[in-house]
Structure formats: structure tokens, C-alpha cells
Design a protein around this ligand. Structure first.
Ligand SMILES: Nc1ncnc2c1ncn2[C@@H]1O[C@H](COP(=O)(O)OP(=O)(O)OP(=O)(O)O)[C@@H](O)[C@H]1O
Ligand SMILES: [Mg+2]
Length: 490
């Protein structure tokens, strides 16, 4: 229960109220008592003086017993709360009106008595209580004269034994009880209001902490969703919005990490597989060659060497392409955008592939408008795209076919198209050829050499340029790849 914020706040409020009320009660009782003493003392201040004047208490150096008895009897009738003591000049008690066994002192300190008579002190003024060896009480006093001679003091203790304790005081005062009762009800009402308002104020915090707890339990995967949470309200509202955004971010990142991890695992599996195949062949050829050195003819030896070199090339190419993809994936080297003539670039690349095309007796044609505006892209990367597409077109088109490179200028860009009259790609493969290491059924086994990374690199480069690549293909008729680069001035 106490691990709830509202409960703690209520407890704190209760403690504060209890301490405040306790202090207030103590102060009230203390002040009431003092006030009562002050009123009592000031009302009764002339009492001792009147008595001393009215009764000859000491005559001829002796205590006047008759006069004393008369006085005590009269006092018992008029006000039994008053006790009268007759003192000599040293403060020794000569006679008193209280019951004999109850008086515990023999002498009264005269210092406050003299101050009282001088009238210089503020009230209430206390003097020794004869009934209590350590106690002090408000009093009234007057000098007692034996004829003209100052013979002693009359010491009147007010208030008797009543109101000694706070409870006694309380029991005696209806007003005080009423005030304290009202105060107590007020405190209870305040605590009740505190409980309600704390519960109301901490409601949103509770909701927030429940949401965060749920987020934690769900392994940080389903982000916190505080429906209808007010934006831009108080601190709690702002906290809620921030928590929502933060959890969304965390969930996204965890998802991203998971995906990256899966991709990485796939990659590693693919790479090790694809590295192992050419490496195993290479090793196989070299081992055979070294074992059969003596029995092999020159022609056989050179055939095995050729095969080994081809596998070595394949390995080198694979590693180079993997490296290229890794570079494209990393954000270390962003594309370097510049304006250039796509037509000229296409001419250059086509020129490079002419010998390959001639070797396969293919027509390599280009269709480039005389005046084409510049495009804006990374020239080196676009050269790689063209190389990959033209290389594929040549590779997957049988002898006698043709490869056509054409540029079409549009309002917002130039469309580049690489079309061939080759074997084509069937619909299922078409969806997957851009995946890393994917090669269509026909291309595997007996078909031309390749690693299946060329189109992945191509697509990644065009992605960095925000340009999608399209493929159209008819099985046995041919294939065309198209993409559009933005114009330099738009
Ligand atoms: N012009 C094309 N005609 C027919 N099939 C094609 C053509 N271009 C690509 N393909 C198919 O798509 C697959 C993937 O091509 P990609 O360029 O990525 O790999 P690759 O050419 O096999 O190897 P490399 O990484 O050496 O380029 C190829 O194996 C091939 O099956
Ligand atoms: Mg290729």
C-alpha cells in the first residue's frame, strides 16, 4: 500500500497535520492556562491587601488566633479555592488556612512577594506553592502590620489544586472542548480531501507507470501507447508524451537490430557457402595437378591450370563484389552527386563491352539523343550500374542476339533502358533476382559464371539515388531493365 505515491503523500499530509495540530493544541492549552492565571491574579490582586487591612493578624508581636479563625471560616464560605498563609519577615509560615497535613513547606521565597508588592512585574507572577516543594503558583500578597510596625506578609495562593493537568483544564472548559472537537473534525476533513485529491493528481502517473511496466514486460517490443494523452499540458503530460516517443524509438531500434542480425546471419551463411565452392574446386584442381604431375600430359596440365585460374578469378571477383556491397551498405562514403552527361557515359561503357559482344557475335546498339540535358548522380556508381546491366545482357543472351542501350529524355529525368533478346527471366525469378546471391535456375550449374551479387549491387546503388529499377521480361524473348535519373537543373 505504501509503495503508492498517493498513499505516501497522504501519510506525509497526515503527519504534517498531526504535528501542526499537536503544536497548536499544546500552545492553546499553555496560553489558556497562562491567560486564566493572569485573569485570576489580576482580578484577585487586591485580595491580600483587603484581608490584611480588615483583619489584625498580628498584634503585640503574636499571631492573632481569633482573628485568623474568623478569617479562615469566612474564606471557606466565600471562596474555598483561596488559601491564606501568614508569613513572618523571613518568609517562614506562621499560620495557614489549608488542611494541616497538606502543607509541605515551612518557608516561602520572599523575592516574588516583594516584586508583587512593588507592583513592577508583568502578570502572571508565580511564587512558591506551599503544598508542593517544587511547585510555583500565582498568588496575591500584602504586608501585614502590627500597629505601625511591619511584622510579616499575607500570602494568598489562588486557584487551589485545580487545573493541574491539561486534561483537567480540558474537562473544565466546554468552549475549549468545542474548539478542539471542531479542529479535529477539520483535520479529518482535510485528510479526506487530501486522499481524494492525491489519488486524482497521481492518477496519470499511475497510468504512465503501468504503461511503462507493460512495455518492460513485453520485452520493450510493443511501444507505450497513451491514448488521448494531452499534448503540451503539465509536466506529467509532457513526461507521458516523451515516454511514448522514447518507447517507440526503443522498440524500433530493437526491431532494427533484430532484422540486421538476421540479415547478417543469412549473409554470413551465404558468403561462407559461396566462398567454399570455388575454394574447394581450386584446391581440388591444384591437388590433382600436384599428385598427377608425372602421369599428366602437358595438355592436361595446362587444362587443370586453366581451371584453377578460373576458380581463383571467381573467388577474387566474389570477394571484390562483397567488399563493394559492404561499402555501399555502410554510411561512411555517401554518393558524390554531380552533373554529367549520361549519354557520354553510356557511350564509354558500351565501348568497353564491344569486344565481349563481338566475341559472342551480338549487336550492341546505342540510341542516344543528340542533345540530352545533364543528370545529377554519382558518376562512378552509375558506371557500375551500367556495367552490371550490360554485362548481364551480354552474358544471358545467346549468340546472334542483340543488346540495346537507349536514353529517353522526360520532363523530370532521363530514362535509361538496357534491353536484350536473351533467354528472359520467368516471373518467380524476376521477383528475386535483386536479392544477394540469387541466381535464376538456368544460370546455375551449366550456365555462365556469376555470383548473384551484380543486381544486388545495382539496386543498392540506385536506392542510394532514390531511383527504383524496373524489369520487364518475356521468357525466351528477352529482358529489359529501366531506371530514371533526375535532371541536373531541376
Ligand atoms: N539480362 C538478363 N537476362 C536473363 N537473366 C538475367 C539477366 N540479368 C540477370 N539475370 C538473372 O538474374 C540473376 C542475378 O543477376 P546478377 O547480376 O545479380 O548475378 P550474376 O550475373 O549471376 O552474377 P554476378 O554477380 O557475377 O553479376 C542472374 O543469375 C540471372 O539468372
Ligand atoms: Mg551479373
Amino acid at each position: 500500500m505504501l509503495n503508492r505515491l498517493s498513499a505516501r503523500l497522504t501519510l506525509a499530509l497526515t503527519v504534517i497535520l498531526a504535528v501542526t495540530c499537536g503544536a497548536w493544541l499544546a500552545l492553546t492549552l499553555f496560553a489558556t492556562r497562562l491567560y486564566q492565571e493572569e485573569v485570576d491574579q489580576s482580578l484577585n490582586s487586591p485580595l491580600a491587601h483587603y484581608i490584611a487591612k480588615a483583619y489584625p493578624l498580628i498584634s503585640d508581636g503574636l499571631v492573632n488566633r481569633d482573628s485568623l479563625t474568623g478569617l479562615f471560616d469566612q474564606l471557606m464560605v466565600i471562596n474555598p479555592r483561596i488559601e491564606v498563609y501568614l508569613l513572618d519577615l523571613e518568609g517562614n509560615i506562621l499560620a495557614f488556612s489549608a488542611e494541616p497535613g497538606r502543607v509541605k513547606r515551612e518557608q516561602i521565597d520572599l523575592q516574588p512577594v516583594r516584586s508583587w508588592i512593588a507592583g513592577s512585574e508583568t502578570l502572571p507572577l508565580r511564587g512558591d506553592d506551599p503544598r508542593d516543594p517544587g511547585g510555583r503558583k500565582p498568588f496575591s500578597a500584602a504586608e501585614v502590620y502590627d500597629g505601625e510596625r511591619h511584622a510579616g506578609y499575607l500570602y494568598v495562593v489562588l486557584e487551589g489544586e485545580e487545573y493541574e493537568s491539561a486534561a483537567g483544564l480540558l474537562a473544565s472548559s466546554y468552549i475549549l472542548r468545542l474548539a478542539i472537537g471542531t479542529g479535529a473534525i477539520g483535520v479529518l476533513v482535510a485528510i479526506g480531501a487530501g486522499i481524494l485529491s492525491f489519488a486524482w493528481l497521481t492518477r496519470r502517473l499511475r497510468r504512465l507507470s503501468e504503461a511503462v511496466e507493460a512495455f518492460r514486460k513485453a520485452d520493450f517490443e510493443t511501444p507505450v501507447n497513451l491514448a488521448n494523452w494531452r499534448r503540451g499540458g503539465d509536466e506529467i503530460d509532457r513526461l507521458g508524451v516523451a515516454v511514448e516517443e522514447m518507447s517507440q524509438r526503443i522498440a524500433d531500434q530493437i526491431e532494427q537490430l533484430r532484422r540486421a542480425d538476421a540479415t547478417r546471419r543469412d549473409m554470413v551463411a551465404n558468403i561462407s557457402h559461396d566462398l567454399r565452392t570455388p575454394l574447394a574446386s581450386l584446391q581440388g584442381y591444384l591437388e590433382t595437378l600436384s599428385m598427377k604431375q608425372d602421369s599428366f600430359s602437358e595438355a592436361q596440365k595446362s587444362r587443370y591450370l586453366d581451371l584453377a585460374v578460373r576458380q581463383g578469378d571467381r573467388l577474387a571477383r566474389l570477394i571484390a563484389e562483397l567488399f563493394e556491397l559492404a561499402m555501399l551498405d555502410s554510411t561512411v562514403t555517401p554518393p558524390n552527386f554531380e552533373a554529367f552527361s549520361l549519354g557520354e557515359l553510356v557511350q564509354d561503357v558500351a565501348q568497353k563491352f564491344r569486344p565481349d559482344a563481338e566475341r559472342k557475335r551480338l549487336h550492341l546498339e546505342t540510341e542516344i539523343p543528340e542533345t540530352a540535358p545533364f543528370v545529377r548522380a554519382d558518376i562512378g556508381l552509375i558506371e557500375r550500374v551500367l556495367e552490371n546491366l550490360i554485362e548481364n545482357a551480354i552474358k544471358y543472351t545467346p549468340e546472334g542476339g542483340s543488346v540495346r542501350l537507349s536514353l529517353a529524355v522526360g520532363t523530370d529525368g532521363i530514362e535509361m533502358r538496357v534491353a536484350d533478346t536473351g533467354q528472359g527471366i520467368d516471373a518467380d525469378d524476376r521477383e528475386r533476382i535483386f536479392e544477394r546471391f540469387y541466381r535464376a535456375e538456368k544460370s546455375r550449374g551449366e550456365g555462365p559464371d556469376g555470383t548473384g551479387l551484380g543486381l544486388a549491387i545495382t539496386q543498392r546503388i540506385l536506392q542510394l539515388h532514390d531511383c527504383p529499377i524496373r524489369v520487364e521480361s518475356v521468357l525466351g524473348k528477352g529482358t529489359a531493365f529501366t531506371f530514371r535519373l533526375p535532371l541536373a537543373q531541376s
